[in-house]
Structure formats: C-alpha cells, structure tokens
Design a protein around this ligand. Sequence first.
Ligand SMILES: [Cu+2]
Length: 131
Amino acid sequence: MSAIRTSIDHMTPGVRRRAIVAALIAGALLGLSSGGANPAAEPAAAPSTADSSIAIRNFMFEPMSLVVAAGTKVTWKNFDGEPHTIHSIDDAFRSGALDQNDTFSFQFDKPGTYRYVCSIHPQMVATIVVK
Ligand SMILES: [Cu+2]
C-alpha cells in the first residue's frame, strides 16, 4: 500500500483521483475474492459450550467468525499444503507454523473479541467472540 501511496503523490490531480478510485476498486475486489473480509456479514451463531474446531483451507479460516462460551477449547487444523499460523492480534495466543494436518488448540477462558491472522498470509483474518 505504501508503494501505491508514494506513486499517487507524484500524479496530477485528475490522474491521482482515477488512481485512488482504481485502488479502492482493487481493494474491494480483493476483499470479495478472499471470501469477504467482513466478519459482520456472517450470521453470529449462538454460543457453543462444546469444544469447537476451525478448518484452515484454501488460505481461509472456516468459519471466519465463531462465537463460543467462555471455557471453550478451540482447535485449528491446517488442511492446506502450505504452512499457516494462528496469531492473535493482541498476542493472547500464537501458534508456530502448522504444516498440513497439524493442529493447534487454545482454551478461551476470558470473554472478549479475539481477532487473529495467519502471520505468513496476513490477508487471512478471522474472529472469535467469547461470551
Ligand atoms: Cu497462512
């Protein structure tokens, strides 16, 4: 993004506006093709007390948005041939690199909203809400 911004700064105003619009459209398309980077678009399920699992498949967390009760253990499993990590943005939890079929578990004892990414592919964004 910083490279785009730098090149925009050197453009004339008309070209610059078109470049900004193009960048916005590209960003919107990117969001769509990654399965929608908007967790609010997914219906929130009722909190579950059973242990939950999240699949990592095709460079996405499935589901991208999960609601669980406090005390729930969540297990991620990587089905991709590429390594992925689970890295909470506030550092509440952090896995090492998971190879294919590797798993990582974390027990969510504290209510809150936990956003996390794959640190290798930061476009892989997901959220767990603990009630
Ligand atoms: Cu990844």
